[in-house]
Structure formats: structure tokens, C-alpha cells
Design a protein around this ligand. Structure first.
Ligand code: CA
Length: 229
């Protein structure tokens, strides 16, 4: 699944290079030349990951990272700091602000995409192309194929995303609001009971191979994918 990556970088050449490479690796790149601009953009479109330059005009990258991590709305966005400084002291400071990783300039496009992939894998596994499997139910994000014990399972696009999210975050209870944020995106106005409708459709699609009971209702809390009864 393509991730929307916000690049906050004031040097045009670097910004362009990063945006180009993000598109090459199948992601959507949003760009901002300052923290102030990025702050306004986040209110419109929630990125899946932020690449944040340390040295910015106006609010510095570090200050902005602290601000993001202090705000309930933005604190869970994965964050990679970009910097020209390579000193260990700065790295520690960067990570202390809650950044997930740290890339020192100059970096190769390949290094950056590897870091992005690693952070997404850790923080937002539904954004990667890794195949997932739980108890004989397999989902391939690249081919969009789902199989139950080898038999093909036919899913609509929303059910596919819902299942992908649940499978990449198994054993955890997700509230309807969390599912809306992660599967529908929180910019879309959808009623909570829409989640129930799609959960029902998903279960029905999983019935033939008896994988429907993987999708469990946790009364009063939400839903969970688990192979434990
Ligand atoms: Ca800079």
C-alpha cells in the first residue's frame, strides 16, 4: 500500500531528490519548506510518515518534532529526522524527541528508502508490501490476493484494507474510531457503524474457509484479529 510521506526540507535540491525517490518506490510525496507550512498541511492531510530536516528556517526540526510528539493528533505519526550533523550527541537528542530513526546527510536514495521501509514495517506494517499470514489465511498486498487454506477469498477494497490492517496488528483490540483512522483515514467522515457493516462483509467472505472466527468482537471495545478462541 502506498504511504503518504510528508517531506519537510528547505533545500530545494534535496527536497526534489527525496520526493522523486519516494514516487519511484511507490509512495505519495507531500513537500513543505518549513515546519510552519508542514503544520498546516498535516491538518489537511494526515501523512503516514514524516521526513523532517533538523535545520529549518523558523521553527527548527527538533522543535517541530517535539510539538508533533506532544500533540495527541500527531504523536503517532512515524518520524525520521534528516540532518547534516553526524555527531552522536545530536543523534541522541533527535531520538529523545521521539523520532523513530535518524538519517545523516548526505545519504543515498537507497539508504533512505531502506530506513523508510524499516520504520513503516515497525510502526505501520499495513503500509508495507510484506505478505502476511495468520492460521492459514494469507494476504498479499502486491497482488491483492487473499487465500484461505489455498482457496481464493473474494474481498471488496475496504474489506481488503480492513483485513490487512487487522492481520498486521493481530491480538490487539481496535476501537471503531481506531479502525476508521487506520483503514478509512481520518479525513473522511464515516459513521462508526460503517465499521460494523464492513466487518460483517469481511466475516461473510471468510466463512467458506472458516476464517471468519479470526475476526472477533470484543464487547464494548471493538474488534480484534486472533486465532485464539
Ligand atoms: Ca535544512
Amino acid at each position: 500500500m502506498a504511504a503518504t510521506v510528508l517531506v519537510v526540507e528547505d533545500e530545494p535540491a534535496i527536497q526534489e531528490l527525496i520526493a522523486f525517490n519516494l514516487k519511484q518506490t511507490g509512495h505519495v510525496a507531500l513537500t513543505a519548506t518549513s515546519a510552519e507550512l508542514a503544520d498546516r498541511m498535516i491538518k489537511e492531510t494526515m501523512p503516514d510518515l514524516i521526513l523532517l530536516d533538523w535545520m529549518l528556517p523558523g521553527m527548527s526540526g527538533i522543535e517541530f518534532a517535539r510539538k508533533l510528539k506532544a500533540d495527541a493528533f500527531t504523536k503517532s505519526i512515524p518520524l525520521i529526522m534528516l540532518t547534516a550533523r553526524g555527531e552522536e550527541q545530536d543523534k541522541v537528542r533527535g531520538l529523545e524527541t521521539g523520532a523513530d530513526d535518524y538519517v545523516t546527510k548526505p545519504f543515498s536514495p537507497r539508504e533512505l528508502s531502506a530506513r523508510i521501509k524499516a520504520v513503516l514495517r515497525r510502526r505501520a506494517p499495513q503500509m508495507t508490501d510484506d505478505q502476511v499470514e495468520v492460521a492459514g489465511l494469507a494476504l498479499d498486498p502486491i497482488t491483492h490476493r487473499v487465500t484461505g487454506n489455498g482457496a481464493s477469498v473474494d474481498l471488496g477494497p475496504t474489506e481488503f484494507r480492513l483485513l490487512h490492517f487487522l492481520m498486521t496488528h493481530p491480538e490487539r483490540v481496535h476501537s471503531r474510531t481506531q479502525l476508521l483512522d487506520n483503514v478509512w483515514g481520518n479525513q473522511v467522515y464515516v459513521e462508526e457503524r460503517t465499521v460494523d457493516v464492513h466487518i460483517r462483509r469481511l466475516r461473510r467472505a471468510l466463512e467458506p474457509t472458516q476464517h471468519d472466527n479470526l475476526v472477533q468482537t470484543v464487547r464494548g471495545s471493538g474488534y480484534r484479529l486472533s486465532h485464539r478462541v
